[in-house]
Design a protein around this ligand. Structure first.
Ligand SMILES: [Ca+2]
Ligand SMILES: [Ca+2]
Ligand SMILES: [Ca+2]
Length: 202
C-alpha cells in the first residue's frame, strides 16, 4: 500500500468510523437526555413547588408581623377586609388596612406591609381581583375560631381553589410541619376544604 493509498484508507476509514460514532452518539445522547429528563423533570417540578411553598411561609410570617405591629400601635387587629370589598367587584383590595388607614383608627402608624402579597398558587380568572390571601378576623365564626370560644380569631386565609385535593393536602402538610403542629386539622394552621387559615395570635 502506497502512502496515498494508505492515507486514503485511513482518511475514509476515519470518516466512516466518525459517521458511525456520530450516529451512535446521537442515539446515546438522546437516550441519556430521555433518562435524565425523566429524572430531572419531576425534581425540577418539586423544586418549583418548594419555592412556592417557601414564598407562602414568608408571606404568612410577614402578615403576622404586620398584624402584631398594627396591634402594638392601635390596641386592635385590623378589621376583616370583607368590610370594604365585595365578591366579584372590581377594585377590591385585600389586607388594605395594613397599607392605609382605611378604618380611620387612632394611632395607626403604618404601612405595616410593603404590599399585600400574592399567593403563588393562586390562578386569576376573569373578573377576579383576589390575591389568594385575605385578612380574616371579625367575620362569621367557624373555621376562623381557633380556640373554640365562639369568636373568630385574627388570621390569614389562603385559597388553593385551582389545585387538586391531593396537591392542597401536600402543600398544607409541608407548611404546617414548618409553621405549626404538623396536623392540618389542629393548631394555628388549619385546612378546611380548599382554604387554609393561619392564626396570627398564638
Ligand atoms: Ca376577609
Ligand atoms: Ca376564637
Ligand atoms: Ca396545624
Amino acid at each position: 500500500m502506497g502512502r496515498d493509498e494508505l492515507s486514503r484508507f485511513f482518511f475514509y476509514s476515519e470518516v466512516n468510523v466518525r459517521r458511525g460514532f456520530t450516529l451512535i452518539e446521537l442515539i446515546v445522547v438522546i437516550a441519556i437526555i430521555a433518562v435524565l429528563g425523566a429524572i430531572i423533570a419531576p425534581n425540577a417540578f418539586k423544586a418549583i413547588e418548594k419555592a412556592k411553598i417557601a414564598k407562602i411561609e414568608e408571606d404568612l410570617k410577614a402578615i403576622k408581623t404586620g398584624a402584631l405591629a398594627y396591634y402594638a400601635d392601635t390596641g386592635i387587629f385590623p378589621v376583616d377586609d370583607d368590610t370594604y370589598v365585595h365578591s366579584g367587584t372590581a377594585g377590591r383590595r385585600r389586607g388594605i388596612d395594613f397599607l392605609e388607614n382605611k378604618a380611620g383608627v387612632a394611632a395607626w402608624d403604618g404601612p405595616y406591609l410593603e404590599g399585600w402579597p400574592r399567593n403563588p398558587f393562586w390562578v386569576t380568572t376573569a373578573g377576579d381581583y383576589e390575591e389568594g390571601y385575605q385578612w380574616e378576623g371579625d367575620g362569621p365564626t367557624g373555621a376562623m375560631d381557633f380556640n373554640g370560644d365562639g369568636l373568630p380569631d385574627p388570621c390569614v386565609e389562603m385559597g388553593f381553589v385551582s389545585l387538586s385535593d391531593a396537591s392542597i393536602q401536600y402543600i398544607c402538610r409541608i407548611i404546617d410541619s414548618h409553621m405549626d403542629d404538623g396536623n392540618v386539622l389542629t393548631g394555628n394552621f388549619r385546612l378546611s376544604g380548599r382554604w387554609a387559615d393561619y392564626r396570627v395570635v398564638q
